[in-house]
Design a protein around this ligand. Structure first.
Ligand code: KG4
Ligand code: ZN
Length: 334
């Protein structure tokens, strides 16, 4: 069978990334230009600055990726692009670049939902087996999704308020950790003991999550200590928060796996890099005898490799778009 090369473009938030992937699984070349150093002085991503940086970076990132791959655009079969969800100004820069190449080189344009990209990061590790349960844990999403086949998504539940990554970043701020605080909070949690009592969120029969109450509990606890002129142990607070946040994710994931009798579990999104979550998933896998896939750390946070990998399966299904394709800041997984 002829090899299929997909060029993926991702610019939904603060990473400008271009990648070329062979047959949905082999990373030929990936370039990620991160803007973290620019946004960290503001404590979070500033949308207007992010889009301006994408404008500056996109051509260089694209050229660098093609050079690294030692390929020509003529060798590419299709262009996969994150059309949404994300920051609208940022998305538009990637989309315009994708449309331009698609038009000039006459290559099919494949629209990819950002979360579908995170899910397909797993196909870079091993072939996805269906039915599977995808636990999506990112800065903007926390969802449980059943897939019976490629691009057949059935959402069981999701967060009712904050996403898990968003909650990590906000709690990290309380602990004076620099943006993005999630990874730093994770590291700190491993140095502490979970001695503070925090409420376990939403212990109900649904597949939904809720993290805003947990976030407020950490803020209130911190406030209480500072009013008393006492200091909290940051490592212990990080450990206490992480324990409860992950326990909530694991309990809903376990329920979904049992209720739907699913043995294949994949994890998607930036928080899939979390060491505590990876450890607990491993335990769950042993308990329920699961076949689990977790992306390598470099494919957990935003990158174009996952978009190109998803693009391969979408291309095979003929999910092409025309040049009227527009970016969407919000869209359900499809
Ligand atoms: O998937 P992603 O790169 O962007 C979105 O699509 O949202 O996820 C970024 C999120 C940030 O909130 C970041 O703090 C979090 O993932 N994150 C982590 C870890 N690594 C990244 N959160 C907890 N522990 C980590 N190790
Ligand atoms: Zn993402």
């Amino acid at each position: 069978m002829k090899d299929v090369y997909i060029l993926g473009i991702e610019s939904s938030c603060d990473e400008t990334s271009v990648s070329i992937v062979k047959n949905g699984k082999e990373d030929i070349a990936t370039v990620v230009s991160s803007q973290i150093d620019i946004h960290k002085s503001y404590g979070g991503v500033v949308p207007e600055i992010a889009s301006r940086e994408h404008v500056k970076n996109i051509t260089f990132v694209m050229e660098e990726c093609i050079r690294k791959a030692k390929m020509k655009i003529d060798d590419i079969d299709a262009i996969a692009i994150t059309y949404g969800p994300g920051l609208i100004g940022s998305l538009l820069i990637g989309l315009e670049a994708a449309k331009t190449i698609s038009f000039i080189y006459n290559k099919p344009l494949i629209p990819i939902h950002h979360i579908a990209g995170h899910i397909y990061a797993n196909s870079l590790e091993k072939e996805m087996k269906f039915p599977l349960l995808a636990l999506v844990v990112s800065g903007g999403h926390t969802e449980l999704v059943v897939m019976k086949d490629h691009f057949k998504f059935e959402k069981l539940g999701g967060t009712l308020d904050d996403a898990i990554g968003e909650c990590y970043d906000k709690v990290a701020r309380v602990l004076d950790l620099e943006y993005p605080g999630g990874p730093k909070l994770d590291a700190l949690a491993h140095e502490g003991n979970a001695i503070y009592s925090l409420p376990i969120p939403l212990q109900d029969q649904s597949y939904n999550f809720s993290f805003s109450g947990l976030k407020s509990a950490v803020i209130n606890l911190n406030h209480k200590y500072s009013q008393r002129n006492e200091s909290l142990n940051k490592k212990d607070l990080a450990a206490s928060f992480q324990k409860v946040a992950i326990a909530s994710i694991i309990s809903k994931t376990k329920k979904a796996l049992i209720d739907y009798n699913i043995k294949n579990l994949i994890i998607a999104g930036g928080v899939a890099a979390n060491r505590g979550l990876r450890e607990e998933i491993e335990k769950l896998s042993n308990e329920l005898t699961l076949n689990i896939t977790i992306p390598s750390i470099k494919y957990c946070t935003d990158n174009a490799t996952m978009i190109a990998a998803a693009g391969y399966y979408a291309y095979k299904l003929g999910r092409n778009a025309d040049l009227y394709l527009n970016s969407k800041s919000n869209d359900t997984l499809n």
